[in-house]
Write a protein that binds this ligand. Sequence first.
Ligand SMILES: [Fe+2]
Length: 332
Amino acid sequence: MDHLHEQEAFAKLVDRIGPHHAGKRMEMQAHYSAFLMHGHHFHVHLEEFAPISWALKTLLKITGVWPIAVRNSLRYTVVEHEVPLPHLPAAFEGFRILHLSDLHIEGMVDKGKSLAEALAPLQYDLCVLTGDYRFRTFGNYDKTLTLMKTLTEQIHAPYGISGVLGNHDWLEMVPGLEQCGIRMLMNEAQPIEKGNETIWLLGLDDVHYYETGDLDKAVKSAPQNVVRILLVHSPEILPEAAQAGMDLYLCGHSHGGQICLPGGKPIITHCRCPRPYKAGRWRYKSMRGYTSRGVGTSLFPIRLFCQPEIILHTLRKIPIEVETACCYSQSV
Ligand SMILES: [Fe+2]
């Protein structure tokens, strides 16, 4: 996109999401960049704090673990996840959703080649992307968009690709991501129609760092008595989402820890929610959810005891018992 078209596309986006949302996002992005430029790295993201990064890299290289951990970052696991939804319209029985999260695509050692190869044999109806397209949290994103274009050309979803922003992504990336064929949901709702029946996708802006996600706004954009699937970058608003009657909550952000202890126990997740919701499938009251371990990496292109995962959610019209999760409290 040339500069003039970029400006026009961004002005249309501001019109669409409203000046308040756009203004808050841009202001926080500016503060964040200024914060980094003044050397306040540690309080923002661990990956921007050079001494810790250097120490970790040195330790892994000295111990010989580094090349194994780099290889792990490309060893994609395909996870099949069946989602029981009692009110699922009959036309959507067996509907398959490919879920990719935390691509951090220009940080991949092979720039997405192995991921595209892993995706090639898979069959799905819709693809959803739950944020973090860029590797770093600031700076130029041209390479991110170029690589996303190459990847999305290899995703063949009859019902399209929909996505939300993560905390590594900037608002200015939205027009470019939409040019890649991704329908970006910015506190918006999208109907998915099959036969004469419809389910709805709701997607929020980042709730982790920028806090510009607006669940109420998205909820008001869709009918109430329908199956609603919520896309959010992180699992941090699951009580609110359950309260709002969401049926399925798809997210990522935690990377499942990325560098874990044997057995997959995460050391750090940067996720303000209890451990059971930080990776994999979960249930909160009657809402089902899945927190992706992600396909990419942050800080370094390495993974230990935590493989990158491609998830295929299959919707099933099966009743689920309503159960209150015992392990959630806001303070954990
Ligand atoms: Fe991420």
